[in-house]
Design a binder for this molecule. Structure first.
Ligand code: FAD
Ligand code: MLT
Ligand code: ZN
Length: 482
């Protein structure tokens, strides 16, 4: 059974009273205290529509001091809270399990500073990723991360999930590009770690604890991030390979031959392409002359159009001649570029429209990655459509199983097999989406018992009453022991 169905409300947590509401209204005003049923229905439901809480209260602070006052009060009253950003998380981490108070920092959406020489942006955690991308566009810079949820996700949510996305192969993870942050602990203490330095070896670098901690250690309120300059020449190719071995060869060749201009390497199999073409409007197969087994998107970003084009065209010609790719097209204009990206970025949305979807986000040694997909197909037969796509350049497979309905029978054929297989190959059961509620009790497939105990001890130190995002990230049984 899933954690969601077996979790019991922790009786140590208080229930909200009218006195609590009055206190929050005193701090935040009427505007910051949301009890409207429609708004709460949205905030209680996750993007996948798999998890539904029953919170009766959402708080919307506007400044760090308000976050601090709210948390201090919740801690003293033992009121559980869920930090929520854009609510685009895919593991049930951003919504309440029971009646936890939702704290959304979406009203904290100011850009605080931008330094054009260093490229360092400092902003509040509620800034929507796409708004930051637009702001930087005007300054001639880009964000070091890009993902399909950019229109809704917040930078605080991105940091808290250590989001990966489409540019990680070039710009690395947020552990590298986040230079500092401000976070509020469960007891209201404000930790100012909002440095803007590339180098600072003064002891433990505690900001890293908050990057990827999924709201379990504190609420991120401000972020300082290193942004790369926008380069003038960007090219996108949509390519076809007939087998998975060729996709891997293509990756190796792309790293060697495109070198410093390679900025994305994404793959999807024919099942993923078909789901998108069937369920999303206005998209056409970029390579309609025949059906292929695999598709790869390669993006290059550089500073000299003629040089980059020459390099890319030579690379494509060689890959064609050697048979690594069997077909391909270079985006000719901005419309084609955005429709190629829409095909890749639209897969999660298309899968949601197709019906029930079991989602797995795995790091697996690239040479083994597609074996898992094939084994899963053999296990499930015609009961489900096994769809594979992901950030192949980062060794990250998104294995999605699409079916007409969620059934226990199907789930029992998928789990624990998928986790055991990943663990056996020393992979990660969450490459980028986190553990949330979905995988809180699965952590041992990827982390040793000693590591999990240390995580629990850190959690206890920072949040002794366990009010921050309860039932998520760590198995509740371990927290109650430690
Ligand atoms: P939420 O979903 O609101 O929250 C996510 C987690 O962070 C929760 O545990 C929450 O408690 C915590 N949290 C949120 N804000 C704060 C804060 N200020 N302080 C402390 N904790 C906080 N993810 C990737 O890594 N790569 C992708 O390519 C990618 N693509 C996606 C595409 C689509 C279409 C969708 C729907 C999702 C995708 N995701 C991807 C998953 C998701 O968008 C990311 O995890 C994103 O970073 C979450 O941001 P959010 O603001 O929506 O956070
Ligand atoms: C993606 O890469 O599209 C996202 O991580 C979302 C998903 O896995 O479906
Ligand atoms: Zn992804």
């Amino acid at each position: 059974a899933s954690v969601a169905s077996t979790t019991q409300r922790n009786p140590d947590f208080s229930k909200i009273t009218s006195d609590d509401i009055s206190y929050f209204k005193k701090i935040l005003g009427e505007r910051g205290v949301v009890q409207d049923e429609e708004k709460l229905a949205d905030a209680n439901t996750d993007w996948m529509r798999k998890h539904k809480g029953s919170s009766k209260l959402m708080l919307q602070p506007r400044i760090t001091e308000e976050v601090s006052q709210i948390l201090k009060y919740c801690n003293s009253r033992c009121l559980a809270v869920v930090p929520q950003g854009g609510n685009t998380g895919l593991v049930g981490g951003s919504v309440p399990v029971f009646d936890e108070v939702i704290i959304n920092v979406g009203s904290m959406n100011n850009i605080l500073s931008f330094d054009k020489v260093s490229g360092i942006l400092v902003c509040e955690a509620g800034c929507i990723l796409e708004n930051l991308i637009s702001f930087l566009d005007n300054q001639g810079f880009i964000m070091p991360l890009d993902l399909g949820a950019k229109g809704s996700c917040q930078i605080g949510g991105n940091v808290s999930t250590n989001a990966g996305g489409l540019r990680l192969i070039r710009y690395g993870s947020l552990h590298g590009s986040v230079l500092g942050l401000e976070a509020v602990l469960a007891n209201g203490t404000v930790l100012d770690m909002l440095g803007t330095l590339r180098k600072d070896n003064t002891g433990y670098d505690l900001k890293h604890l908050f990057i990827g901690s999924e709201g379990s250690l504190g609420i991120v309120t401000k972020v300082s991030i290193l942004t790369p300059p926008m380069l003038s020449s960007v090219n996108l190719a949509f390519l076809a390979c007939e087998d998975y071995a060729s996709c891997q060869k293509l990756l190796l060749e792309a790293k060697r031959k495109l070198g410093e201009i390679l900025s994305a390497f994404e793959f999807l199999d024919v099942n993923a392409l078909n789901v998108v073409l069937k369920h999303l409007d206005g998209l056409r197969d970029p390579l309609p002359s025949s059906v292929h087994n695999f598709y790869v998107l390669i993006e290059t970003t550089g500073s000299m159009e003629s040089h980059d084009k020459e390099k890319l065209e030579a690379f494509l010609l060689q890959s064609m001649n050697s048979g690594i790719i069997t077909d391909g097209v270079l985006a000719q204009d901005i419309n084609q570029t955005s429709s190629f990206w829409r095909i890749r970025e639209g897969i999660p949305e298309a899968l949601m429209k197709a019906g029930a979807v079991y989602k797995y986000d795995l790091s697996v040694p690239p040479e083994k990655m597609y074996e898992l997909v094939e084994e899963m197909r053999a296990r499930l037969g015609s009961a489900a459509n096994v769809v594979a796509y992901g950030h192949l350049g980062d060794g990250n497979l998104h294995l999605n199983i699409s079916a007409p309905q969620y059934t226990d029978g199907l789930l029992s054929k998928i789990e624990p097999f998928v986790y055991e297989w990943t663990s056996k190959h020393r992979g990660s059961i969450s490459a980028e989406h986190g553990l949330g509620l979905m995988k809180a009790d699965k952590i041992h497939y990827s982390k040793s018992p000693e590591t999990v105990l240390l995580m629990a001890a850190i959690k206890k130190l920072l949040d002794p009453n366990r009010i921050l995002n309860p039932y998520k990230v760590l198995p509740p049984s371990i927290l109650s022991q430690s």
